[in-house]
Design a protein around this ligand. Structure first.
Ligand code: 5GP
Ligand code: ZN
Length: 119
């Protein structure tokens, strides 16, 4: 699996930096954001280093499909109330204009009862 030795999310994926895990399999990790905006805020990442959503290729489609299909189940597991009163926000900041700070593809899953700290 391709990793970037200088990437903080690769280090989290490898267990070199600890995280509060929400879900893990061979290809995917979900863990709580260290600075949550809302009662529920976790990040879903591929374990392989993909720099951003702008770097996604057709060959990544099965991986991305698997990640997307996990979102509703993990959101509910972590405390998001059911749709439509509850729900969640799915965010993928991409590049500088997109507000991306960590250059390893990640989806924010944000939810829980309002008010939120941000967003
Ligand atoms: P971005 O702005 O790149 O979309 O979001 C990066 C997110 O990663 C931020 O919400 C930030 O709080 C979170 N983050 C950055 N470093 C760490 C870390 O070491 N551990 C965890 N759990 N979250 C992190
Ligand atoms: Zn990485």
């Amino acid at each position: 699996m391709s990793q970037d030795p200088n990437c903080i999310f690769c280090k989290i994926a490898e267990g070199k930096i600890p995280s509060r895990k929400v879900y893990e399999d061979d290809e995917i990790l979900a863990f709580h954001d260290i600075q949550p905006w809302a009662p529920v805020h976790f990040l879903l990442i591929p374990k392989q280093h993909i720099t951003s959503f702008a770097h996604v290729e057709e060959s990544h489609a099965p991986l991305l499909g698997k990640m997307m299909s996990l979102v509703p189940r993990l959101a509910q597991q972590e405390g998001c109330r059911p749709y439509p009163e509850g729900g969640f926000r799915l965010v993928c900041n991409t590049g500088d204009d997109g507000g991306q700070e960590v250059r390893h593809l990640h989806f924010h899953v944000i939810g829980g009862p309002r008010p939120w700290r941000k967003g």
